[in-house]
Ligand binder design. Structure first.
Ligand code: ACM
Length: 556
């Protein structure tokens, strides 16, 4: 008897774990998941698609079925029979059914898995796409690869899932200017974003250190502005590795990336950062600079440059409109990011064109803002109006709030959370991207010596996985303003990140922590469950797909 009790005692933690492991590791955690008895065999099943679902959703489902055929070693057929909805209403189903259902929330989905049939409902492309991502997460990790594993258990547990995102904007910023990333690498980032249901790629395309987008009307932007003659070494100002660095994306490459992202549920939002952060453009077209500012050189070092656009000149504003016009034509999404951050206004104080413009517009300094800050407001408002003619709404960094900002602009809060709180309280939509929680270039441990050389010099500013995970975007927001929070974004700036391995190391797995902030209601977040899921399921997926990542301290 004693022995039996001892065996039970020894086994009980295992039993507990086994019972728990029946809940599949789905990340970000779904809104509702209720486990029922049994499992459904996906191997060799027939997938039935409601003819009412979109062509694109049908294609995504077919790709899923083709992969399942390959890895399970048994054909997964896809059919689209007329009258499918009636068949589903009648019951007695067998196989997998995808049904168009307008009552399901945007980007949401419902999955009902029984021993004989699985029924999936969604109302839009992303809803169907995310239902497939969830199914993948319930299958063996081999579903992410291409190697046949016919002996794996291609069954999913019976359950009822109801899921939809907390926020509509779930972003990552990728800085392709401080270091240039190939089309293949950008796609690899898009791939991993799509696994975790992120839906916005904020593409930082212009900077002091490099211009990355082909513009027909201004070819020197890429002939000259896309390359720098070296890169500073660590923080040794004045040093230079002497290695020419650069590159740019052709319009065809951009269209390709936009379509690739779209198929994965991701809208790409371009950023043309103005009127500061424009030295690469000035090196290409010095005539748009301020008096006494030249010569210009694409910067080889980091930091904020005092060399900014001469926005007092009409030719400069025309340049901005021409560039934004060509860029807007490449990106079908509703938003366009005009930057607006870190624009020192020193040059405008002495430039005759800028001063004349200030006079012409009647701009004055007062306790709220300087005349020069109001000159930047004029640039923002003019670009907002211009981009509206292209069907775009603007997003800008929180500096655009200084002085006056027209209604309809969206503010991206980066200098902590206060800009976002203020903007939301004033009635602007906001995207929370505070450097205190969302800057993925910051070190992942206060033990800076153990981390790759990077932007963080103060251990107190390290952004550990747990710190990112516990960010709550409504904190300190007045309740009546929270509906203005469109979402949350992680920013991957790349001053000190020069290789794909380092880029992925900084992104992963903090991006997964971010995905739970973006997707899950706060009551569905749980750091222990998150870590368990990382260890058991997500990190093996990253391994299989060939991503570099930082192993969390808690799992070492
Ligand atoms: C920023 O980090 N300068 C937006």
């Amino acid at each position: 008897m004693k022995r039996i009790l001892m065996i039970i005692a020894l086994l009980s933690p295992l039993c507990g774990r086994a019972a728990k492991s029946e809940v599949p590791d789905i990340m970000p955690a779904p809104g509702k998941i209720e486990m029922t008895k049994g499992s459904f065999n996906m191997k060799g099943t027939i997938v039935n698609c409601d003819p009412a679902i979109s062509h694109d959703a049908f294609r995504a489902i077919r790709q899923f079925a083709d992969r399942l055929t390959l890895v399970s070693g048994k054909l997964t057929e896809v059919a689209s029979p007329v009258g499918l909805v009636k068949v589903v209403q009648k019951g007695n189903l067998k196989g997998v059914y995808f049904i168009q259902d307008e009552s399901v929330a945007p980007e949401g989905y419902k999955i009902s898995i029984g021993p004989r049939a699985t029924v999936i409902r969604a109302s839009d492309y992303n809803g169907f796409f995310y239902s497939l991502q969830t199914l993948r997460q319930m299958l063996p990790v081999a579903i992410y690869g291409t190697r046949p594993e016919p002996s794996a258990k291609w069954r999913i547990p019976c359950c009822e899932i109801e899921d939809a995102p907390r926020f509509g904007y779930r972003g990552i910023l990728l800085d392709c200017c401080r270091h240039f990333w190939s089309v293949g690498q950008v796609k690899k980032i898009i791939d991993v974003m799509s696994l975790y249901k992120l839906n916005r790629l904020h593409w930082h395309l212009t900077e002091d250190q490099g211009w990355r987008v082909e513009i027909d009307k201004y070819p020197r932007l890429t002939e000259v502005g896309a390359f720098r003659n070296g890169t500073m070494i660590k923080r040794e100002w004045g040093s230079n590795d002497g290695i020419r660095h650069g590159g740019y994306y052709t319009k065809d490459q951009i269209r390709d990336i936009v379509a690739y992202a779209r198929a994965r549920g991701i809208t790409v939002i371009p950023e043309v950062d103005m009127p500061g952060h424009m030295v690469a453009a000035l090196a290409s077209y010095p005539q748009f600079g301020c008096a006494g500012s030249a010569p210009y050189e694409v910067l080889t070092y980091w930091g904020v440059s005092k060399q900014v656009l001469n926005v007092g000149k009409e030719e400069t504003m025309q340049f901005l409109e021409d560039v934004c016009s060509e860029v807007a034509d490449l990106f079908p999404g509703e938003y366009f990011n005009i930057g607006g951050d870190e624009c020192p206004r020193d040059e405008w104080k002495t430039d005759p064109d800028c001063q004349a413009k200030i006079k012409e517009l009647g701009l004055v300094s007062d306790e709220n803002a300087s005349a020069e800050a109001r000159l930047q407001n004029y640039v923002t408002a003019r670009m907002q109006k211009f981009l509206a003619t292209k069907g775009k709404k603007i997003i800008g960094w929180d500096e655009i709030l200084e002085g006056e900002l027209a209604k309809g602009a969206t503010v991206m809060s980066w200098r902590g959370t206060k800009g976002g709180i203020k903007a939301a309280s004033m009635g602007y939509d906001v995207i929370m991207s505070p450097n205190t929680y969302c800057y993925l270039d910051y070190a992942q441990s206060p033990d800076l010596e153990s981390e790759p050389y990077g932007i963080t010099t103060d251990p107190k500013r390290a952004l550990t996985l747990t710190k990112v995970y516990h960010y709550e975007p409504y904190d300190e927001m007045p309740p009546e303003a929270v509906h203005h929070v469109l979402g949350v974004q992680g920013n991957l700036w790349t001053e000190f990140i020069a290789t794909p391995e380092h880029l992925e190391y900084m992104l992963l797995p903090r991006m997964m922590a971010l995905s739970e902030i973006q997707w899950c209601k706060p009551e569905n977040k749980n750091y222990e469950r998150f870590l368990g899921s990382l260890e058991k399921h997500e990190l093996p997926i990253l391994e299989l797909l060939g991503y570099n990542y930082r192993k969390p301290d808690e799992l070492r």
